[in-house]
Each structure stands twice: as structure tokens, then as C-alpha cells.
Design a binder for this molecule. Structure first.
Ligand SMILES: Cc1cc2nc3c(=O)[nH]c(=O)nc-3n(C[C@H](O)[C@H](O)[C@H](O)COP(=O)(O)OP(=O)(O)OC[C@H]3O[C@@H](n4cnc5c(N)ncnc54)[C@H](O)[C@@H]3O)c2cc1C
Length: 470
């Protein structure tokens, strides 16, 4: 049986004017990943309702086309762009963004999948609420669920998974599953929404979600603390957790090699330390919904740090209290500043946080011995064991061609993280073509078999996504 000729106009007629894009110039931004991935789409379909998502899937089934869901395309593993075949349909959720219903008493919000995080938080702020998964990008809620976004305040609020109560999903055969429950307690067997959380859109298209939201803090206090080494950073983290646990919102580590370029380069930021940087700097943030009259966070943070200084004076080289926006700008400027120095080989890995210093030392020792052209510029969410162990280098400094060197270094560092330190090759960015080889190498046979069985049940024709989770 031959498949009918593909007529994008048919789909246009169903979805309405402007909803189907076919011109190469219009397709380009949907075909290009933020950091990795460049593919070729047959067309981009932009449905504005769940019913229209069902129609796009029917169109794809009828014409034997594969399909990729795309949110705001800020993903960092190449999973949000089509493959190079030119035969995939990109289903962009950007027009499915009208529903945003807050229940203040339940402290939940029901949203369309295409609602942007910024739009959600703008609406919630009027009610002194927030969706607290925080990152320096503006993803869609559906994309955040599919990637299970982590972010800088995971230590306090958890990842998307921990804040997700319900989903609406369209399966490959067009079945709409309404699991938009707003229950925090619901112990009735399989937790259906988890099938679609962190699974890169390969089991279904998320069209809506119910999220629990958090009270918006009334005040924040931040400090930058200069520390002698990684062990000192962990000792301070432990002390702050013991003393101020429920107030601690973020604990971000920045090595001197990662932070220094922020203060040089084409658009330098002010260095609050003066000239010298400690080997490690941590950004500590406290946050509270209590007003300053009830609890003065800057005083509390200052006295906790002073108390730690008394017992661990040798660990700490400097403490600077300051404005949260100024300090977060330093942290968020790192990735961009490193790119001014040369090529960046980025890693998003995690190990049990107690092992972060030993893990970093092991990677540095291996690179020094084998590939001294790399400078380790590490920073990241040390409070939850995540580290962006980014390597900066210049191709002309390596005797081995980049095409050979890069995969070799990636594999060795992932091996150190996963096999020697019981860690993860993808702490928070999810799984995509960029790290498919790592999924294949480090996932157990039993887990792959379970993934394959799920895929066979939910998407037997293999229509959805570009990643293999089996
Ligand atoms: C500057 C910058 C900083 C970042 N910082 C962080 C950070 O601190 N922590 C962190 O965790 N991530 C971070 N990210 C990564 C990224 O923002 C997250 O992965 C984000 O959640 C992706 O959402 P998105 O809407 O852009 O999805 P996309 O990139 O469009 O898609 C991501 C994946 O989800 C799938 N998908 C998208 N929408 C749907 C849907 N409706 N149904 C089914 N599948 C879908 C796609 O097919 C793809 O597999 C950062 C990115 C940038 C650019």
C-alpha cells in the first residue's frame, strides 16, 4: 500500500492560517539547537489546542511521518531538533499557551504545555506565588517536564518532577489521556505522569500540566564566600544546612578558573573581591517569606558565616555580602565568558555531593597527564551534587585532531563520573542525541528492556522523538 502524497495545505486547512510553516527561512530556528543539533524538518506544525495536536498526529500517521515535539528549543542535548532526514514534522507547542488557571487555595496552577516559564511566573507574582524551578533560560512548561529541568534552586524546591501534580498527554495513536489531577496525595498505583517526565517526549506529547506553586519569598540574602578548596565548600554547606536548613535556597560553586573570565573579556562585570580570587567561591542564598521585620536574613547569614569562620578560619579567604541580582549575574555570566577564551567542551554531570572534590581532582589529574591542553573551568549546583565541569581549550594546542580528541575525553570523563564515582552523565539536561552514546553505555539491560516495552505499548510505530530510551 503506498502512502498518500504529503500535502502541507491539508494540514494548514485543519490548523488555520500561519499554523504550518514550510519555507526554509521559517524552518531554520526550529531546526537549530541552542548548543547542539542541526536537522532538517519537512514542516513545522503549530497547533493551538489539544484537538489540533490530535489532528497533527493523525496527519503524521496517515503519511507515515515521524514527529518531534518542540518547546522553546532551549534544551542542551540536541533533543529538540529534528534529524537530518528532512522527513520529520516538528510539532511546536508555542501556540498552545492560552490556559493558565490558578487555584490560590490549592496553590496549584493548570497550564497549557506551551506556556513559557516567564509568563507563568509573571502571572503568579501578582498573587505572591512562584513556580520555583529557576534557570537563566525561558523554556515552556511542556519542555521542562520532558527534560525534568533542575536549575539553581533545586536544593530548596526540587526539580520539575517534585512539583508536577498532573499531566494531559496525547499518545501516538491520538488517544488523549486526561490526568490533570491537582492532588498532592494520590496513592492509586502507577504514577502515570512520571512516564512523560524526563523522557524527552518519546512516549507522548504533553499538552497540559498541573503544577504545585510556592509562596514567593519576601526577601533574599546572598553572600559570596571565598574558600581554599572543595572540602571547605562542603564543610560550609553542611554547617549552613544544619543551622539554616529551611532558609537555604541555593549553594552554587564557582572555581577561580570559571569565575575569573567574568571579570575580564569584552563585557566584564565588577569583581566584588578586588583583585584576588580564592580557588573556590560559593554563592550562598537564603530566602524567606517572612518580612524583614520578623527575620533579617542578611544579619542571619552574616552571623552564620561568622560562626563558621570561628571554627574553620583556615578554610575561608573572604566573605562579601551583597545584592542577589548582582551576585546571580556573575554566576549566570560564566558560560558566556568561557566562550571568549576558546572552545568549550561542556559537561553536565553529577556525583554524590560528598565526592565532588575527589571527582574533580580525578578528572584534573587525568587531563594533566593525558591532555594538558584543557583547562578545567568548573562551576555548578554543588548543593545537589551537580557540576558543569567545563573544559576550555584551543585546537592548535592539541596534537590530536578535535574530531578524535573530543569523544575520547568525553567518554573518559563520563566513565570517571559514572563508573568510578557512582554518578550521572546527565545531571539535569536530560537525554538527547548529544549524549545518546552515554545512555547506551551506562543504562542497564533491564532498564532498557523496560523502556522498550513502554515504547512498544505507547508508540508502537516509533513515531515520536529522536532519542532511544531503550
Ligand atoms: C542559557 C541556558 C541555561 C540553562 N540552564 C539550565 C539549568 O540551570 N538547569 C536545567 O535543568 N536546564 C537548563 N537549561 C536547559 C533547558 O532550558 C531545559 O532543558 C528546558 O527545560 C527545556 O525546555 P524547552 O521548552 O526549551 O524544551 P525544548 O528544548 O524545546 O525540548 C526539550 C525536550 O523536550 C521535548 N518536548 C518539548 N516540549 C514537549 C511537549 N510538550 N511534549 C513532549 N515532549 C516535549 C523535546 O522533544 C525535547 O526532547 C538551560 C538552557 C539554556 C539555554
Amino acid at each position: 500500500m503506498s502512502t498518500p502524497a504529503i500535502l502541507p495545505e491539508e494540514l494548514s486547512a485543519l490548523l488555520g492560517p500561519g499554523a504550518v510553516l514550510t519555507e526554509p527561512a521559517d524552518l531554520e530556528k526550529y531546526e537549530t539547537g541552542w548548543r547542539y543539533g542541526k536537522g532538517k524538518a519537512l514542516l513545522v506544525a503549530r497547533p493551538a489546542s489539544t484537538a489540533q495536536v490530535v489532528q497533527v498526529l493523525a496527519f503524521c500517521r496517515e503519511h507515515g511521518l515521524r514527529l518531534l515535539a518542540q518547546g522553546a528549543n532551549t534544551g542542551l542535548v540536541g533533543a529538540s531538533v529534528p534529524d537530518a532526514s528532512g522527513r520529520m514534522v516538528v510539532l511546536s507547542l508555542e501556540r498552545l499557551n492560552r490556559r493558565l488557571e490558578l487555584d490560590e487555595l490549592d496553590r496549584t496552577v493548570t497550564v497549557d504545555a506551551g506556556v513559557l516559564l516567564s509568563a507563568l511566573n509573571q502571572a503568579l507574582a501578582e498573587h505572591r506565588l512562584t513556580f520555583p524551578v529557576d534557570l537563566p533560560a525561558d523554556p515552556q512548561i511542556g519542555g521542562m517536564i520532558a527534560a525534568n529541568t533542575g536549575g539553581a534552586r533545586l536544593l530548596r524546591y526540587g526539580d520539575v518532577r517534585r512539583n508536577l501534580l498532573g499531566v494531559e498527554v496525547v499518545l501516538a495513536d491520538g488517544t488523549v489521556v486526561d490526568a490533570l489531577t491537582a492532588l498532592r496525595k494520590n496513592n492509586t498505583g502507577l504514577d502515570f505522569k512520571q512516564l512523560f517526565t524526563g523522557t524527552s517526549g518519546v512516549f507522548g506529547i504533553i499538552t497540559g500540566a498541573v503544577l504545585q506553586v510556592a509562596p514567593l519569598p519576601r526577601q533574599r540574602a546572598t553572600a559570596l564566600v571565598g574558600l581554599q578548596d572543595g572540602a571547605a565548600a562542603l564543610a560550609l554547606l553542611q554547617a549552613l544546612e544544619h543551622g539554616l536548613s529551611e532558609l537555604l535556597a541555593a549553594y552554587e560553586m564557582m572555581s577561580a578558573d570559571a569565575l575569573a573570565p567574568v571579570f575580564s573579556g569584552p563585557s566584564p562585570l565588577r569583581n566584588p573581591f578586588g583583585a584576588t580570587l580564592a580557588p573556590y567561591t560559593v554563592l550562598v542564598e537564603l530566602a524567606s517569606t517572612l518580612p524583614e521585620t520578623a527575620l533579617h536574613l542578611p544579619d542571619l547569614l552574616e552571623s552564620a558565616l561568622a560562626e563558621h569562620l570561628e571554627t574553620h578560619g583556615d578554610d575561608i579567604t573572604d566573605v562579601v555580602m551583597g545584592r542577589p541580582d548582582e551576585f546571580w549575574a556573575l554566576r549566570h555570566h560564566i558560560s558566556e565568558s568561557l566562550r571568549d577564551l576558546g572552545k568549550v567542551l561542556a559537561f553536565d554531570v553529577a556525583v554524590p555531593r560528598s565526592r565532588l572534590p575527589a571527582f574533580t581532582a580525578a578528572v584534573k589529574a587525568w587531563l594533566k597527564a593525558e591532555h594538558p591542553c584543557f583547562r578545567v573551568c568548573d562551576f555548578g549546583h554543588w548543593g545537589d551534587g551537580g557540576t558543569h565541569l567545563n573544559l576550555v581549550w584551543r585546537e592548535q594546542d592539541s596534537p590530536i585532531p578535535a574530531a578524535e580528541l573530543v569523544p575520547m575525553v568525553q567518554q573518559r570523563i563520563y566513565d570517571i563520573a559514572v563508573r568510578e564515582f557512582a554518578g550521572s552523565y546527565s545531571a539535569e539536561h536530560g537525554v538527547g542525541p548529544h549524549n545518546q552514546a552515554s545512555f547506551d553505555a551506562y543504562t542497564s539491560g533491564a532498564q532498557k528492556a523496560a523502556g522498550a516495552a513502554l515504547k512498544a505499548t505507547l508508540d508502537p510505530g516509533g513515531m515520536l522523538g529522536t532519542v532511544r530510551l531503550w
